[in-house]
Design a protein around this ligand. Structure first.
Ligand code: FE
Length: 160
């Protein structure tokens, strides 16, 4: 038997795209996230972002790194000349401000994101309009799961 250290947190294994639609947490009109890991120790989270509309989603800055993997569809940042396509890996450097946009011909985009620290939302002048961190995400999940009948504690399985 392999001996594990005392205090070890349990692993998480889950089908990333859930069979139960209620697991997707609404974030904005036709935008949802599916929590996979809410990391309250070092601060950050892993989720799937699902978008079923085109146009600008948000302008944001993150003080720490973000990595992503495009599962379906495509998107781009206005500030860059590349498009993240299905199957692409993306690294976003700490400190960068960018504006996420889904092209008009993309009906659905799903991307896995591992976000460290926080997302800081900015207006067109670079002034902060809001932020998200693991605790705001956790609260959104709790409220949504309670409202759809899964119970607020449904989110506990994703929290470490
Ligand atoms: Fe970003």
């Amino acid at each position: 038997m392999t001996v594990q250290p005392f205090g070890l947190q349990p692993e998480i294994v889950a089908n990333a795209i859930p069979a139960d639609e209620r697991v997707w947490v609404p974030q904005a009109d036709n935008v949802w996230f599916r929590p996979l890991l809410l990391n309250t120790v070092s601060g950050g989270w892993c989720n799937l972002l699902r978008v079923r509309r085109s146009g600008v989603l948000s302008r944001h800055r993150h003080p720490m790194l973000v990595v992503g993997y495009v599962i379906k569809g495509r998107w781009f940042y206005r500030e860059h000349d590349w498009v993240a396509n299905e199957g692409d890996f993306v690294y976003e450097p700490p400190g960068e401000t960018h504006t996420l946009e889904v092209p008009a011909d993309c009906a659905e985009m799903i991307t896995f994101f591992n976000i460290s620290g926080a997302m800081i939302y900015l207006d067109e002048y670079g002034q902060q309009t809001g932020y998200e961190d693991v605790f705001t995400k956790l609260e959104m999940c709790r409220a949504h799961y309670e409202a759809v009948g899964l119970g607020a504690s449904y989110v506990d399985q994703f929290v470490r």
